[in-house]
Design a protein around this ligand. Structure first.
Ligand code: SAM
Length: 190
């Protein structure tokens, strides 16, 4: 299937992110957004009231994304330049969805624990954490190990969503994995 990046950003990516579970008006964090192959279709999908926070430590890539957002007249994209820190300056339960796409392999397993804990803090109850676990074989862990760590941080696995999707600058058939931020019931809830 031949899909250009432009077709991905304007059409296929929007449909894919709908299938993943992102809806109109959602507030979404794209952690490790790079030049926005997911942020751009996500911004189009959640328009007009939803917002995309495209975060990266690669500031040049974010400058490119900012220009693309301007060309696409997307005023609902917020660019967040960081120095790679895991703890972020957002309040608790701020996001409806967080994307961790093709970024896990930048972290070792200890850092992943911290990352998932922070993502849990930032997500609304039962909200969606979607992972695209590329290149993890480079690190010393596997997808089942990641799922175990996520379980310990109260994420439950819901579905695997497969399709032709963007990877770096091309489109391939691959899968992302959805998890939900369960809220633990305390004695008072029972
Ligand atoms: C391979 S790209 C993936 C881009 C995009 N998510 C996609 O799937 O098309 C990974 C991006 O994650 C960013 N990244 C890695 N570690 C990060 C961190 N600790 N904080 C912010 N961005 C990070 C890199 O700078 C890079 O731009």
């Amino acid at each position: 299937m031949d899909i250009t990046l432009q077709e991905w950003e304007n059409e296929y990516g929007i449909n894919f992110l709908k299938k993943v579970g992102i809806k109109k008006n959602f507030v979404v964090l794209d952690f490790g957004a790079r030049v926005g192959h997911y942020s751009l279709p996500a911004a189009k999908l959640v328009n007009p009231k939803g917002k995309i926070f495209a975060l990266d430590k690669n500031h040049e890539a974010l400058d490119e994304l900012k220009d693309k957002a301007k060309t696409n007249t997307l005023s609902n994209m917020k660019i967040i330049k960081t120095d790679g820190e895991i703890k972020l300056d957002f309040p608790n339960s701020f996001f409806d969805t967080i994307l961790l796409y093709d970024v896990l392999h930048y972290f070792d397993i200890e850092q992943l624990r911290k990352l998932f804990s922070e993502m849990y803090r930032l997500l609304k109850p039962q909200a969606l954490l979607s992972l695209y676990p590329k290149h993890i074989e480079k690190e010393d862990y596997t997808l089942p190990q990641i799922i175990e760590v996520l379980k310990k941080h109260n994420f439950t696995k819901k579905e695997k969503v497969c399709d032709h999707i963007s990877h770096y600058n091309s489109i391939n058939y691959d899968c992302v994995y959805n998890f939900y931020a369960e809220r633990i019931k305390t004695g008072k809830d029972n």
